[in-house]
Design a protein around this ligand. Sequence first.
Ligand code: URA
Length: 475
Amino acid sequence: MPTVRLDGETDFDGWRTAARRLRAAGVPPEAVTWSTESELFADEIEAAPGASAVTAPAAFVDLARDVVLHRSPSRWDALYRLLWRLKDEPRLLALATDEDVQRAVHLQREVSRASHKMKAFVRFRDVPHPEGEAFAAWFEPPHRVLEKTAPFFVRRFTAMRFSILTPDLCAHWDTRTLSFTPGEDRASIPPPDALEEAWTLYYASIFNPARLKVRMMCKEMPKRYWRNLPEAALIPDLIEKAATRTTAMVHADPAQTRRRVAGRAEAKADPAPSTNDTAPASLGAIADLIQGCRRCDLWRDATQGVPGEGPHDAPLMVVGEQPGDQEDLAGRAFVGPAGGVLDRAFAEAGVDRARLYLTNAVKHFKHEPRGKRRLHKTPNAGEVKACRWWLDSERSLLRPRVIMTLGATAAAAVIGKPTPVLKARGQAILLDDQSQAIVTLHPSYLLRLPDEAAKAEGFAMLVEDVRTAAKLAGL
Ligand code: URA
C-alpha cells in the first residue's frame, strides 16, 4: 500500500504531484495512505508506462486548494477520491448529490467560513516597534486559513505594519512584504491596549437588546472566537440586561428613540464564492448570496457584504449609497453616524424604522486606507451597475410602493440615470415597475456640511422628504 508523505499540513503542491502520479499509475484511493508525519517513509510512485498525464478541471483545483486547509485528517483522501473519479466522470463536480462531492464541498465551506470569520474577528493591538507604530493580533482559526486570508488584511491595512499570530503560522506585513514564520503559542499575545476599549464601546453601542436572538448571535459570533474578542466579555451582561432595557425602550418617548434597527434575515455561513445568475428566491437568500458576490472587485477589501434589512412586505424601501466603516464591520445597513442622522429624521417625521426596508445601491464598503482609518470612496458607475443586480432582485421581491433614494448614487441606481438631487428632491418620480421614487439628500452629506445653519436646513429637507415618502407609501 503506497504511503505518501506530504511536506506539511497544507502542502497542496506535494499532494497534487503525488496524486497525479498515483492516478496515472492506476493506484485506487483505498490503496493509498496520506501522511504529514515526518518520520514516515514515502514510497516512490512511478506512473505506469504509456500512462497519459492526469489533468483536472480548474474548478477542482480551486476546490482542492481550499480543502487542504481543513483540519480533517481525511481531506487528502477525500480529494484523491474525486481526482480518481474525475478521469471517467468529467462532470462529477456538477453532481451536487454525489457523496464524494458533497464531502469536499462541505470541507470547502467550512474553510471559507473560517476565512470569513477571521476577516471579521481579528483584533489588533498596538505593539512597540523600533520604527514607529505596529500592531499585532492573536487568532485561533478552526482551519489553517492564515495564508489564504492574510492578503485581505494587507489590502485593508496596506499602510500599517502588522503581525497576525496563530498556533499554526504567523503572518507579518512590514508595509512592503508579506512574510510567514512558524506558529506561536498563546503566551505571545501582546497585552491589551486602548484599541480594546474602543472595540468594547463600539460593540456595546451597536447592541440592540430588542433584537436579541441568542442562538443567532452565537451562530454569527461562534463561542469558539469569544476568548480572543475583547467585546465578547460584555456579552453575558448584555444578554442578562436585554429584557429590562427593551422594556425601557418600549416606554421611552419615541422622539428620543435612536437607532431602531429593523429585522434582518438570518445571515448564513458563507456560500460558495461564486456569481450566481439565478434570481434569488427570498431576501434571506440575497443576504446569503451577496457574501459570495464577485460581480465587481469591492468584495476584496470589505469585511462582508451588507444586506438590506426590514420586513419583506415593507411599502417603503430606503436606498443609500454603500455601507460605511461601521456597517462593514457590523454587517448591517445604517448603524453608523449616517444611520444616526437617518434615525433622527425618521423620529421627527413620525416614521417607524422597523416598518421600512433599508438597503444600499452597493453592498460592499469601498474605501482607501489612511493610517488606521478607512476612508469612504464613492463607488464608480461600473460598481453601481454591477451591484444593480442585487438591488433589482430586492426590488422585485419586495415590490415596494415607494423607494426613497439618499444621495446621487442611490438616485442614479434606482432611476437608471444621473438625477440632480437638490433639483429633483421631494417630488414623486414614476418608475418602470410603477413604484414611485422620492429623491432626497444623503445623511452623510449633512454630516459633512461645515456650518450649523446649512446642516439644519438640510435636515429639515430630509425630514420633509421622509414625510412625503411615508405618506405616498401609505404609512
Ligand atoms: N451610508 C450609506 O449610504 N449606507 C449605509 O448603510 C451607511 C452609510
